[in-house]
Design a protein around this ligand. Structure first.
Ligand code: ADE
Length: 224
């Protein structure tokens, strides 16, 4: 998968891809991340990427020209499955969207700033608008990093034990069951007996029952 991220702060997006599982996915060439500094696409002599709102109002608006130039250049080279704009008024990101995007080959992600982008970018270039939650960040970069992380870890070969991604919370509309590791007893707090019984059928049933119980308590809204 190739992901092109359009931003006015590319440096903000370097670190999330330089560690752990995401870095490994890049090293293994399963995913390619390309950061594009929108200022470099500006025709303005001061590399300006924003301007005042027509009609007045507080806050600057990201101009269409640098964004359009960058997207046109990318689209001339390959087909994109989606052009996503990160914005608090977009559709909420969830596991099912991450699953869907993880099957894509080429993806563009636009990070907003200031008041947002000129509406014509949204009308003529953007195919999906995604929010990571009902709160406003200073820009779309951290949201884009969250989106990329949720997608990349689902691509086959990224997480070595594939069942580990399949048993995540939300994957089947259930939260994950409690997990334990050694020691089996700590401060007299014992691990549930069934987990050390060796009876795989019983363990599977216990995990499923716990998932249902936890989901009913913590997230009844996601229960089928
Ligand atoms: N940009 C600013 N806030 C955001 C949010 N909550 N989700 C996605 N992009 C954003």
């Amino acid at each position: 998968m190739r992901i092109d991220i359009l931003t006015i702060h590319p440096e903000l997006l370097k670190s999330p891809f330089e560690h752990s599982i995401l870095q490994r996915a890049i090293d293994k060439k399963i995913v390619k991340i390309k950061l594009h500094d929108l200022r470099k696409y500006s025709n303005n002599k001061h590399s300006k990427v924003d301007d005042y709102q027509f009609g007045g109002g507080a806050g600057m608006v990201m101009c269409i020209q640098p964004i359009a130039n960058c997207i046109d250049k990318l689209k001339a080279k390959r087909n994109y499955d989606a052009i996503i704009y990160m914005t608090p008024d977009g559709k909420r990101l969830n596991q099912s969207k991450a699953n869907h995007y993880s099957t894509f080959k080429n993806l563009i992600i636009l990070c907003g700033h200031y008041k947002g982008v000129d509406q014509r970018v949204r009308d003529h270039y953007i195919t999906q608008e995604i929010s990571i939650g009902d709160y406003v960040l200073t820009g779309g970069e951290l949201a884009a990093a969250v989106l990329c992380d949720s997608i990349i870890r689902l691509i086959p070969g990224v997480i070595s034990n594939e069942t580990s991604a399949l048993s995540d919370s939300f994957q089947d509309n259930l939260l994950a069951p409690p997990i334990y590791t050694r020691p089996a007893e700590y401060n007299q707090w014992k691990v549930p007996k069934v987990l050390i019984s060796g009876d795989l059928k019983k363990i599977e049933k216990w995990r499923h029952d716990k998932s249902v119980e936890l989901t009913k308590i913590k997230r009844p809204d996601i229960l089928d």
